[in-house]
Design a protein around this ligand. Structure first.
Ligand SMILES: Nc1ncnc2c1ncn2[C@@H]1O[C@H](COP(=O)(O)OP(=O)(O)O)[C@@H](O)[C@H]1O
Ligand SMILES: [Mg+2]
Length: 353
């Protein structure tokens, strides 16, 4: 087999994108506003963002299902527009809705798909059995897919993306665990880890911070069509200072005055979290600065930051006096902030959460 990486491409990256933009509708609404991505060979990369952030659009461009308005992308060394069919041969795309026939068994589905890739009857049977085993579906192999649980369906989808031989080296998993119960999610995580352990490059999208943290070596926070931050989970956490000082305040007025600096809000309990390095000196200085006369802070506590804090800090907006923001992921699309002042503000961008 020839090496698909060509001169001029980035030989250490399996997926690279530069300045991808995409608009939909009339008047045009920009849903991707200049996306740059670089995913190293044999790594798991998470594109993390709320509903409407542009995750699926990005994946569809990389998987050649739609074209960007501007920008370029290469997958496995091939240009997604000029070398579309070479890209398609190199990838597997698993969405939330796969082309599985509900009335047939898992085994029948996989065998049929393997046959469609040109394998002999015997090879297709072997391949199906192998994949059913690998994804823990052997016991359910002879049952119609309509009787499968959500987790079993998702694993069958993953298997379906692998029936070709040789297996593709690049996997796009678009929200592979959305809607799954915790146990099924764990099983899918295992399957993804196994893919990566075999040397595959995986780009997955998720709305779950924990998932990105657990699975991905690198994470990009996608917020209204832009990458708000990118790095390892540790890199991202260090951007908000490592610790969070949670304050319970005595008045709405103090809450509103401080909310702009917070990475965590709860107007019901007048609680907010302020980023800090956690040192005694800084915590003492913060408490003095925030509440010089000792009347506005009722209680405080110190926590290690989570990816949730990072996400909120990098994508959230400042609460307004007539409606404090409690959850940036549900309102960010309609509230401009410093990160993307000209981001789309269509209702559909915020309506799904
Ligand atoms: N084919 C389309 N036509 C019009 N608008 C679209 C289309 N696809 C996506 N959008 C809009 O683009 C935005 C981003 O969508 P999407 O990429 O699906 O986000 P995500 O996968 O992060 O939820 C949303 O506001 C969505 O409504
Ligand atoms: Mg999506």
């Amino acid at each position: 087999m020839t090496d698909p990486i060509r001169p001029g491409g980035d030989s250490a990256a399996t997926i690279e994108a530069h300045g991808l933009t995409k608009s939909y509708g009339k008047p045009a609404v920009r849903v991707l506003d200049g996306i740059d991505l670089r995913v190293g060979r044999g790594t798991v990369f998470a594109l993390l963002g709320p509903n409407g952030a542009g995750k699926t659009t990005t994946v569809r461009i990389l998987a050649t299902l739609t074209e960007a308005d501007s920008g370029t992308a290469r997958v496995a060394g091939y240009d997604v527009v000029a070398d579309r069919s070479a890209v398609r041969r190199s990838i597997s795309l698993t969405g939330q809705f796969a082309a599985v026939d509900e009335t047939q068994t898992g085994e029948e589905n996989l065998r049929m798909m393997a046959r469609l890739t040109g394998q002999s009857r015997a090879a297709a049977r072997r391949r199906a059995a192998e994949l059913l085993e690998r994804f823990g579906l052997t016991a359910a192999a002879r049952r119609p897919v309509r009787t499968y649980s959500g987790g079993m369906r998702r694993r069958l989808d993953l298997a379906a993306g692998l029936v070709g031989s040789p297996e593709p080296g690049v996997f796009f998993l678009d929200e592979p665990t959305t809607g799954l119960d915790p146990r099924s999610r764990q099983e899918l995580w295992e399957a993804v880890r196994e893919l990566a352990a075999r040397g595959a490059t995986v780009l997955l999208t998720t709305q779950y911070l924990e998932e990105a943290d657990r699975l991905a070596g690198r994470i990009a926070l996608l917020d209204r069509g832009r990458i708000a931050a990118e790095g390892t989970a540790a890199d991202l956490k260090s951007r908000v200072g490592g610790h969070r000082l949670d304050l319970v305040l005595t008045s709405q007025e103090a809450y509103l005055r401080l909310a702009g600096r917070a990475v965590h809000h709860s107007p019901e309990t007048l609680t907010l979290g302020i980023p800090t390095d956690g040192s005694a000196a800084q915590v003492r200085a913060l408490l003095d600065e925030i509440d010089p006369v000792g009347r506005e802070i009722e209680r405080f506590s110190l926590h290690s930051v989570t990816l949730d804090d990072v996400f909120l800090a990098l994508t959230s907006s400042t609460p307004t006096p007539n409606g404090p923001t409690t959850d940036a992921t549900s309102t960010s699309a309609s509230t401009p902030d410093a990160i993307s002042p000209d981001a789309p503000t269509t209702p559909e961008a915020s309506a799904h959460v």
